[in-house]
Design a protein around this ligand. Structure first.
Ligand code: SF4
Length: 456
């Protein structure tokens, strides 16, 4: 889609979702459940601000020496029999995965929930190449069978109610239309078990890359990522290069931060470190393990000093749940893999998306709620301003808008200029130039005679 069409699609979807009462009800309900758990989860911290500060400092220092950490990761992981593949962009990563699968004659793959694999578009790509790819996280599985897209970084099916899910399983698998969530889970479990057993490869992301030991750290609640990493004979990991932490000891800090901010849990149910394929003498684990280190624009962010901090994100999703814009327009309206405040910050920087998605940086009230909740200490609302600055520097706004801003600045910077035109003329201009942006549901306020003029 052309830039203009992407922007118009965003505007239209936002308008539709913001006035879709059913959608708002579902999101308000699901986020209110999250808010309650989150508040409770925060209780484990005696000093939350300190934990967040430590996380921010740790990630900052990693980013300062990212190249070294990545080299150490590669050395350590390779020494244990794993293979590292460097992917410049999404196409590189997709081709590397296909290459591995084709060489091994693998036609069936299981996959766990991972935003990086969404970014790369793994599932669609493999299906187009005739390889069965099954999402094994329950939320992702629901999204996959309903030909939908993940709605949220942490809870991909957040936009669906229990009744919606029951309807999907009724239509797809002829389950009773009133099926309870437990019945659906009982149906899905053996269905996925069969897929795990027949899959030749498991694909996962990595919540963290531990450079000191060459390990990937996975955290989850269903155990499906652990299955993906251990049952099939090949394990492929797709991880962004920014996911590095130096040592397993750092997980003491990051795992609880991620769990509390992601779902309100003290700790997720399953926390796993994988440090390579099955070694001699081990009975379980894959025969081969690959880690694809994905750049896809992250180096651009790393080079842009003020925006580098966005790479500290641990993908907890807390900023989405806190954002008044996200709560109104929902995750799909953004039209990007990453939605909400962090999506608006990083999406334009992913490979080749700068002009197409810079408009997301304006979809914010700049209230700063996202910054307040971020466990990695990212100043998200300032990052949005940095993106806006970048847009102006690159002359992205249309010429009419730039002229309009210049005229506005000139008029508003001197009261005598502003007072020259009578209210009638001002209202005429406001009607001509602002009414559309003001929207059809609001009444444009009328400009009245200036106080200064009235007072003579
Ligand atoms: S930016 Fe912060 S709050 Fe948002 S997903 Fe990332 S770590 Fe979580």
């Amino acid at each position: 889609m052309a830039t203009r069409e992407i922007y118009q699609a965003f505007q239209q979807a936002s308008e539709d979702k913001a006035f879709d009462v059913e959608h708002r009800k579902k999101i308000a309900y699901n986020i209110s459940c999250y808010d309650r758990s989150f508040e409770k989860g925060l209780g484990i911290y005696a000093n939350l601000a300190l934990a967040r500060q430590r996380a921010a400092v740790k990630k900052h220092s990693v980013l300062e020496h990212l190249e070294d950490h990545l080299k150490t990761f590669e050395q350590q992981f390779t020494a244990r029999g794993g293979k590292v593949i460097w992917a410049r962009d999404a196409a590189d990563a997709r081709n590397a995965i296909l290459d591995i699968l084709e060489k091994q004659y693998i036609r069936s793959v299981v996959k766990s929930k991972s935003m990086t694999t969404e970014e790369v578009g793994v599932t669609t790509f493999l299906e187009k190449n005739g390889i069965e790819c099954t999402e094994t996280d329950l939320g992702e599985f629901i999204v996959q069978i309903s030909d939908d897209k993940p709605y949220h970084i942490v809870t991909p099916a957040m936009h669906l109610s229990a009744a919606d899910v029951a309807k999907i399983f009724h239509e797809k698998y002829d389950m009773p239309p009133e099926s309870a969530p437990e019945e659906i889970a009982s149906f899905v479990r053996p269905h996925l078990r069969e897929r795990f057993l027949r899959a030749g490869a498991g694909i996962t992301g990595a919540n963290f890359l531990v450079s000191g030991t060459g390990s990937i750290a996975l955290t989850e609640n269903e155990g499906n990522a652990l299955f993906c990493a251990s049952v099939p004979r090949v394990h492929i990991v797709v991880a962004g290069i920014e996911k590095v932490i130096p040592s397993p000891g750092d997980l003491d800090l990051f795992w609880p931060l991620l769990a509390v901010h992601g779902t309100g849990q003290d700790m997720s149910a399953y926390n796993t470190l994988v440090s390579g394929p099955r070694a001699a003498g081990e009975e379980e684990g894959p025969e081969e393990m690959y880690v694809i280190l994905l750049d896809n624009g992250r180096s651009n962010l790393l080079a842009a000093i003020p925006q580098r901090r966005a790479l500290s994100c641990i993908r907890c999703g807390a900023c989405l749940n806190a954002c008044p814009v996200y709560k109104n327009i929902g995750g799909h309206s953004y039209g990007t893999v990453y939605s909400g405040p962090i999506g608006a910050v990083i999406s334009p920087h992913l490979s080749g998306q700068l002009k197409e998605y810079i408009h997301l940086s304006y979809a914010s009230s700049l209230c700063g709620r996202c910054t307040d909740v971020c466990p990695a200490g990212i100043d998200l609302h300032h990052q949005l301003l940095q993106n806006r600055r970048l847009a102006v520097r690159n002359a992205f706004p249309p010429r009419t808008e730039r002229w309009g801003i210049k005229a506005y600045k000139m008029t508003m910077s001197k009261a005598s200029r502003l007072d020259k035109a009578p209210p009638g003329i001002k209202n005429l201009f406001a009607g001509l130039f602002l009414k559309k942006a003001w929207g059809p549901r609001r009444t444009l306020p009328k400009v009245v005679e200036s106080f200064r003029k009235k007072m003579g």
